[in-house]
Design a protein around this ligand. Structure first.
Ligand code: M6R
Length: 365
């Protein structure tokens, strides 16, 4: 039931502080401030030399974010693939490699086929799934469940942020096991994770501003999303969300790639959504933003107070997000990204929960 919301998607966006909080409580021991996985892993992260992450759509973008986390916190090389490419490429896996599969439904045909392939190759298989009785959950060696609850809207929202919470916890566990993170590092990171649900609730307060902005976005033919670091996969997610429910063409790009092509598209008719928390790569993103502004592009900047003060460009709109530890920004910045797609679709009058041509779970290849 939609409670008092107009669409399941709106309800599911608003539920995120709660369900991400439940997921956090399953993976982190608040009392000892340690990551504590609910299952014993059948391998030691110290022995893993390479990780592959395979998924489709939004779940694959959660995988891309996780790549940054695993590589930084655990110094573990990660390859991310969409399942439809991975399964037919016959990617060489070594016995004992770790293959992670991410799926809300646990029934996505390509992801399931990729899982079966990895199993046959002798890899350890670990699934991050929302439906614990699903085929992918049943067939994986290890299951880490997301506690998002049933997701009805075709556009994935709360499943995505819960996937990120599980993957963040797993990356911290990997960093710890591999000796790349000290106890002190872990405590700091756990503090960062514990803050996330509250920060997501804060992020929801941007909704009125975003609703207004949606009227302008709804008039556009194309929208460009830019981000660096972990905000890059979020830019891809923002573009996917907008196109699937509002039918407005959108593209996500790594901000540093702008000069290598997409800058040719910039004019005053194309809004550019820049996702730029004040993190290690913030200044670099600002210089890309200046390039956009210099060509008359209209910028919608999602950043925190510090970022807003330092960004020396005239942005069309700045969405000021709460201050936070930079490692886990994607979970919090997902909120305005989702809200922007949602409200734009509402203005366009599309069928938000059941967009044309799409199914909630893609069980054919
Ligand atoms: O159930 P899954 O997580 O395996 O589904 C994967 C994709 O089909 C899904 O995320 C899709 O991209 C969504 N419609 C995105 O909002």
């Amino acid at each position: 039931d939609k409670a008092n919301y107009r669409h399941f998607m709106a309800k599911e966006i608003h539920e995120q502080p709660e369900v991400v909080g439940h997921t956090l409580a399953r993976y982190v021991d608040m009392a000892s401030e340690r990551v504590s996985l609910p299952v014993k892993l059948p391998f030691d992260f110290k022995d893993i030399q390479r990780v592959t992450i395979t998924a489709c759509g939004t779940a694959s973008y959660a995988g891309y974010v996780a790549k940054y986390w695993f590589e930084r916190m655990a110094r573990l090389p990660v390859e991310v693939d969409v399942a439809s490419e991975f399964r037919y490429r016959e990617s060489p896996l070594r016995k004992g490699d770790l293959a992670i599969f991410i799926s809300q439904s646990g029934e996505t045909a390509d992801t399931l086929a990729a899982l079966r392939y990895a199993k046959a190759e002798g890899a350890h298989t670990l699934a991050v799934v929302n439906v614990p009785t699903s085929t992918i959950a049943r067939e994986s060696e290890t299951v880490l469940q997301t506690l998002a609850g049933p997701e009805i809207g075709v556009a994935s929202t709360k499943a995505f942020t819960c996937q990120l919470m599980v993957l963040a916890s797993l990356a911290v566990a990997a960093g710890k096991a591999r000796g790349e993170l000290s106890e002190e590092d872990e405590t700091k990171l756990v503090h960062g994770l514990v803050e996330v649900p509250r920060l997501m609730a804060d992020a929801l307060t941007t909704e009125l501003q975003i609703e207004k902005l949606a009227h302008r976005i709804a008039k556009s033919r194309d929208v460009l999303y830019l981000g660096r670091g972990t905000s890059f996969p979020l830019a891809l997610e923002g573009a996917l969300k907008l196109k699937e429910i509002s039918y407005i063409h959108a593209e996500g790009y790594a901000a540093g790639e702008l000069k290598h092509g997409p800058i040719a598209l910039i004019d005053e008719t194309m809004p550019v959504v820049v996702i730029a928390p004040h993190d290690r790569v913030f200044e670099k993103t600002v210089s890309n933003m200046q390039e956009v502004a210099a060509r008359g592009g209209n910028i919608i900047l999602m950043t925190d107070a510090k970022g807003a003060a330092e960004a020396t460009v005239d942005s069309l709109v700045t969405i000021v997000m709460p201050d936070m530890a930079s490692a886990f920004t994607p979970m919090v910045y997902a909120v305005p990204v989702q809200l922007l797609a949602y409200h734009t679709a509402v203005v366009m009058g599309t069928d938000v929960d059941q967009p044309r041509n799409l199914a909630k779970s893609v069980t054919v290849e």
